[in-house]
Design a protein around this ligand. Structure first.
Ligand SMILES: *Cc1c(COP(=O)(O)O)cnc(C)c1O
Length: 393
């Protein structure tokens, strides 16, 4: 036992507690789709990413169980050894069709995909690849940029003039360019202008990488995301959010996928996804395209929540999706607001730095189409009752 390490960690934890940034794991329970706290109290879930309620859908659960029964609990090895089955390839083919791409490749998680595909892509071709990354990109993208050890330029959030300027400063230099963005930003709930980004990328001879974690299943025609058919070069999506399962994928050209199979360490040196997960994804792919009514209700309820927050003068940033931030400011006030809402029966977790910028601690409310009208009404009433009217800035 290294006592000096323990002393350092203890001091760091004390510092986090002093600045209201200490995180603790709390156990939650789901019984027949209802969220309960440790005391068994039912809460309205306004914090999960299960946007279509598919993690609790009978067909998704049944196929996960069926494929585990038929094919086993685990994958026997990594994909290039014995981890690829006919069902693995079939699910990848369905994902490619869903995203309107030639091919798709499964990954263990979205974090793993971003953390490993981005650095791999910067090591192709002669010369150094320069990365251009939106300042609000997810921690896994930031991790990928750091792991790439390539020159990374951060552009102001969704500011295409700034991106254009950075790209122009780089023009004429040797090497490739890679632009990184999310299609729906995970903490602000706003959307990137993908058609404009595609144009800009083309103009500068750059490749465009789009993270669709919060758009796949929820937005675009038949829930196929915002990047479907937009012309992005590399599309990443997750299966643990609207798909209600687990894992992630990269979709793109056949050549891109063939290359990743040969050169991406986070794909090569890890165990394949287990059959139960593949079964859940397969069932979600049956359901998602037909869920237009659910998507419409989700969009409508999100708008109702934004209106209640606007009436109380809360900034919801650029949110136009099922992710609705209510910016509060300090860590302490955000935590207190979350506690009041929880006492009123609504779970809306406070998000603090370093996840969001200093001074923008917030409640991040997320809705699901699985919430019925009575729950939505209770949620809206609780928000109105628990969030004090703010002074207009
Ligand atoms: C959740 C998320 C990820 C990570 O995906 P996991 O499958 O949960 O690891 C990546 N990017 C964004 C934008 C996300 O919100």
């Amino acid at each position: 036992m290294d006592a000096s390490l323990d002393a350092l960690l203890t001091a760091h934890l004390a510092e986090l507690a002093r600045t209201n940034r200490l995180r603790r794991l709390r156990p939650w329970h789901w019984h027949s789709g209802e969220l309960r706290d440790a005391d068994g109290r039912i809460l309205i879930d306004a914090s999960s990413n299960d946007y279509l309620g598919l993690s609790q859908h009978p067909l998704v659960k049944a196929r996960a169980a069926e494929w585990a029964e038929r094919h086993g609990a685990g994958a026997p090895a990594s994909r290039l050894v014995t981890g690829t089955r006919d069902i693995t390839l079939a699910v990848e083919e369905r994902l490619a069709a869903f995203k309107g791409c030639e091919a798709a490749l499964l990954f263990s998680s979205g974090f793993q995909a971003n953390a490993t595909v981005i650095p791999a892509l910067t090591r192709v071709g002669a010369g150094e690849t320069a990365i251009f990354s939106d300042e609000l990109n997810h921690a896994s993208i930031v991790h990928g940029c750091r792991a790439a050890r390539a020159k990374t330029r951060v552009f102001r959030h969704s500011n295409l003039d700034h991106l254009d300027e950075l790209l122009r400063q780089h023009s004429g230099k040797f090497g490739r360019k890679l632009i990184l963005t999310e299609s729906v930003f995970s903490m602000d709930g706003d959307r990137a202008d993908l058609p404009a980004l595609v144009q800009l990328a083309e103009r500068h001879g750059a490749a465009l990488y789009v993270d669709e974690a919060h758009a796949s299943g929820v937005l675009g025609p038949q829930g196929r995301g915002l990047a479907a058919d937009c012309g992005a070069d590399i599309v990443m999506g997750t299966l643990g959010k609207a798909f209600g399962a687990f894992g992630a994928y990269i979709a793109g050209s056949r050549t891109l996928i063939d290359w990743l199979v040969n050169r991406c360490p986070g794909f090569i040196y890890t165990t394949a996804l287990p059959p139960a997960v593949l079964g859940a994804v397969d069932a979600a792919l049956d359901l998602v395209p037909g869920m237009d009514d659910e998507r419409a209700r989700l969009a409508q309820n999100s708008q109702r929540l934004r209106e209640v927050l606007a009436q109380r003068n809360y900034d919801t940033l650029g949110s136009s999706t099922q992710i609705i931030p209510a910016v509060i400011g300090s860590e302490k006030d955000a935590l207190a607001a979350a506690q009041r809402l929880e006492a009123a029966g609504v779970l809306a977790v406070a998000i603090r730095p370093p996840t969001v910028p200093e001074g923008t601690s917030r409640l991040r409310l997320t809705l699901s189409s699985a919430l019925g009208e009575a729950d939505i009404q209770r949620l809206l009433d609780a928000v109105a009752a628990c969030l004090p009217l703010r002074q207009k800035d």
